[in-house]
Design a protein around this ligand. Structure first.
Ligand code: FNR
Length: 185
């Protein structure tokens, strides 16, 4: 049975480079993994007053989806040297109610994506900061900072750069190994 990997994409826009990279990774991943994009757009902003028995249905569905997953992959752009608010919100929603975090113990990995040269390094490491607290063992190597992304994709969103394709294939393979080494079930 392949490992179920929940993929969270930090951008909400239709033509997102980040989403295209996430879909490319899903295609390149080895058969040991089944990657599925989990949408975060419909999650209301986290509000502790709304949590508990009457939590909004999208929060509950999201938490259940993450609990089912064997692992989590974050593919994120960088907004102001951090992750977009939508992705931070998803992390916060999944982390509650207190003591019932959906993230606990799931092996994870981070891919950051930017049209710029720095490959969204700041977003990548801000994401890792939360993962330490959430007890998500995040794969240390290989690191994945995808810079200059606009020239790596064709208009249909397919990867046209062979080096990037090979890099992401190796990344996904390493992640499969990381999941087996760190899975609690
Ligand atoms: C950006 N962008 C950006 N890029 C970057 O490399 N570092 C940054 O700190 C920022 N900051 C930033 C803030 C905000 C509010 C926006 C809207 C954009 C540019 C960003 O990388 C670019 O818009 C990407 O195309 C966003 O990713 P998607 O939507 O293509 O996946």
């Amino acid at each position: 049975v392949p490992r179920d990997v929940a993929v969270l994409v930090g951008s909400l826009r239709k033509e997102s480079f980040t989403r295209k990279i996430a879909l490319a990774i899903a295609e390149l991943a080895p058969p040991a993994l089944r990657l599925e994009l989990v949408e975060i757009r419909a999650l209301p902003l986290y509000d502790q007053d709304e949590d508990g028995a009457t939590a909004p249905a999208p929060w509950t569905a999201f938490r259940e989806r993450i609990r089912r997953a064997d692992a989590v992959l974050f593919v994120t752009p960088e907004y102001n040297r951090s992750v977009p608010g939508a992705l931070k919100n998803a992390i916060d929603v999944g982390s509650r109610p207190y003591g019932h975090s959906a993230w606990s113990g799931k092996p994870g990995a981070v891919v950051s994506v930017s049209p710029g040269a720095l490959g969204a390094f700041g977003a990548n490491h801000h994401r890792r900061q939360s993962l330490v607290f959430l007890d998500v063992p995040a794969m240390p190597q290989p690191e994945a900072y995808v810079g200059g992304v606009a020239s790596l994709l064709d208009p249909a969103g397919k990867l046209v750069n062979e080096g990037t394709r090979e890099f992401l294939r190796k990344f996904a393979e390493a992640f499969a190994g990381w999941i087996e080494a760190n899975a609690r079930r």
